[in-house]
Design a protein around this ligand. Structure first.
Ligand SMILES: CC(C)(COP(=O)(O)OP(=O)(O)OC[C@H]1O[C@@H](n2cnc3c(N)ncnc32)[C@H](O)[C@@H]1OP(=O)(O)O)[C@@H](O)C(=O)NCCC(=O)NCCS
Length: 168
């Protein structure tokens, strides 16, 4: 594990975290969630799971977050972002792996997501962690009519074993 990862802890999000999470969201995604959306996901939607990455230290700081919805046996990634200053240090991977771990614990047999066709960083991240392209939704994103790439991970337990240092 790298030095940076040792100081970043992933935990469940609470309503108190929402302002800091919204800061990361607005710096990261073209259509960030409103406060009401986080509130709904955290307090009213039983299918929703939201996690965040917090850099430990004297002034602990929220540096990223991930969400998914449990839809029967499928964990569907709803959001993922890392603060621009803290990217390419493994935090996105740490968040994604924890979402996979939580989804597996909640009974998911597969993890699914949509990603913008132009978002090569995220597509690379998902490929790195075993996701495969399974489809495309034309003009899926309403803000710019961009296509979405659909990606799926089927081997959750293998991914978790690899992350834990096992053979997989
Ligand atoms: C996508 C995102 C979450 C990745 O977070 P991160 O903490 O930088 O990711 P990691 O450091 O764990 O990188 C893991 C892999 O992702 C890929 N990746 C990350 N940043 C990349 C970049 N700038 N260019 C190309 N590939 C990149 C690489 O494959 C990398 O593996 P490597 O380090 O072995 O090359 C981050 O770039 C982000 O927040 N982007 C804006 C929001 C977003 O696009 N969210 C996804 C919506 S579907």
């Amino acid at each position: 594990m790298s030095e940076s990862l040792q100081t970043v802890v992933v935990r469940f999000m609470t309503m108190n975290d929402v302002p800091a999470v919204m800061d990361v969201d607005s710096l990261s995604l073209p259509t960030p969630w409103a406060k009401r959306s986080f509130q709904y996901e955290l307090t009213e939607n039983p299918a929703s799971c939201l996690l965040l990455a917090e850099q430990q230290g004297e002034n602990s700081q929220i540096v990223g977050f991930v969400g998914f919805w449990m839809l029967v046996d499928e964990a569907h990634i709803s959001t993922l972002a890392v603060h621009p200053v803290h990217r390419q240090k493994g935090i996105g991977s740490q968040l994604l792996l924890e979402a996979i771990r939580q989804g597996n614990a909640m009974g998911a047999r597969l993890v699914t997501l949509e990603v913008r066709l132009s978002n090569q960083s995220a597509i690379n991240l998902y490929h790195k962690h075993g996701f495969e392209v399974v489809g495309r939704k034309v003009h899926y994103y309403m803000d710019n009519q961009e296509d979405a790439i659909l990606m799926t991970l089927r081997d959750l337990r293998e991914r978790i074993a690899v992350a834990d240092g096992g053979v997989g």
